[in-house]
Ligand binder design. Structure first.
Ligand code: SF4
Length: 359
């Protein structure tokens, strides 16, 4: 089987990329965090990177957006033109009815082709749960505590079954054994994630002698262990294996997802940067009661078209294009207003601002 390097130059795939990962790489996968509730299995709770505000809490997020209803999930999926959804947590099986309902709604609204995969620890997975998930339309099941028993059970069902685990530095010998076992069982893929450092797992990782790389986002030695596994198994297995680096998630996947969402939500005066950020001119420091009046004045004075200027009441500012911002900057500074160029994520408001450059 062929080994292919992915766009970031560090991630690789041996054989075929799982369908859910293809969509994720294109930025076409909605990440649906369905609950933070979890059984906290001893095998993974120590390295789990789920943030402290979500861990153990029954909250739902569609990408970065906190949601409470399926309608909001569907809206978020539409706004990024999602072709698939990855349901994660926490443990999605702890809220099985919710998981089933969401899978059904996604399939009903976006069609059977909308690809859905569910991550589960696999702990206590039953036939009844699998029947319900398959009936709802599940396409792919990703198990992260792979026991022979649970894998054999899942493989009886008409879904793709994969194992997805973080790579612990120095664990290559165990990974090689696991890869051969999975190959023998007929599991569809093994997904290896670079072990990530987060505020919630950093202390425990350090306590176990695992330290962050220079960029602070992933563990030193995790990528090397994945590479050694590849060297040990290539040419001897028919199992598809995919290694996904933390950089890939950050640069390729996130950037592509932002680009898709930005194309759908950008206002006429906003431009989309190569990284999928929205860039525009903003006027601050105007009393809320004066915002409308100033916007009207600017429209008339500088002949600005209606769609090229907007009052953002939530952020208490006026927004316009970069070009117009440069044109009107002098006049506004004379009146002691602040004007500058702002870059922000194209996510659900209130959007996170990345960079502000005063004019
Ligand atoms: S990795 Fe998954 S199952 Fe393990 S503690 Fe974190 S959320 Fe729970």
């Amino acid at each position: 089987m062929r080994v292919r390097k992915l766009q970031d130059g560090c991630s690789w795939v041996l054989g075929k990329l799982p369908e859910g990962c293809k969509l994720c790489a294109k930025g076409a996968k909605l990440v649906l965090f369905i609950t933070g509730k979890c059984l906290l299995p001893k095998e993974c709770s120590w390295l789990c990177p789920v943030s402290n505000e979500k861990k153990g809490v029954d909250v739902i997020y569609a990408n970065e957006r906190r949601v409470i209803s399926i309608e909001e999930v569907l809206e978020e999926a539409s706004l990024m033109d999602a072709e698939g959804t990855g349901i994660t947590g926490g443990e999605p099986l702890l809220v099985l009815d919710r998981t089933i309902n969401f899978i059904k709604c996604l399939k009903e609204n976006f069609g059977e082709k909308h690809h859905v995969h569910v991550y589960t620890s696999g702990k206590n997975l039953t036939k009844e749960e699998l029947n319900k998930l398959v009936d709802a339309g599940l396409d792919e099941l990703r198990i992260h505590i792979p026991t022979l028993e649970v894998l054999r059970l899942a493989l009886e069902y008409p879904v793709r079954v994969g194992v997805e685990i973080p790579v612990i530095p120095g664990s290559e010998e165990n990974l090689v054994k696991l890869a051969f076992q999975l190959d023998e069982l007929g599991v569809d893929f093994l997904n290896l994630n670079e072990l990530e450092f987060s505020e919630s797992n950093a202390e425990e990782l350090r306590r176990r002698g695992i330290f962050p790389r220079d960029d602070g986002i992933a563990a030193e030695g995790s990528e090397e262990a994945a590479t050694r596994l590849l060297e040990a198994v290539k040419g001897s297995l028919s199992l598809n294996i995919h290694y996904c680096s933390a950089r890939f998630k950050d640069s390729v996947q996130l950037r592509n997802r932002f680009l898709r969402r930005a194309q759908r939500v950008a206002r006429p005066y906003e431009i989309i940067s190569d990284d999928g950020l929205l860039v525009k001119g903003v006027i601050h420091g105007v009393p809320v009661s004066e915002l409308d009046k100033l916007a009207e004045f600017l429209k008339k004075k500088f002949k600005i078209k209606q769609e090229m200027i907007w009052v953002n009441y939530e952020k208490e500012r006026i927004e316009t294009s970069i070009e117009i911002a440069y044109k009107i900057a002098k006049k506004l500074r004379e009146r002691n207003f602040e004007i500058g160029i702002l870059e922000e994520y194209p996510t659900h408001p209130p959007r996170l601002e990345v960079e502000y450059t005063p004019l």
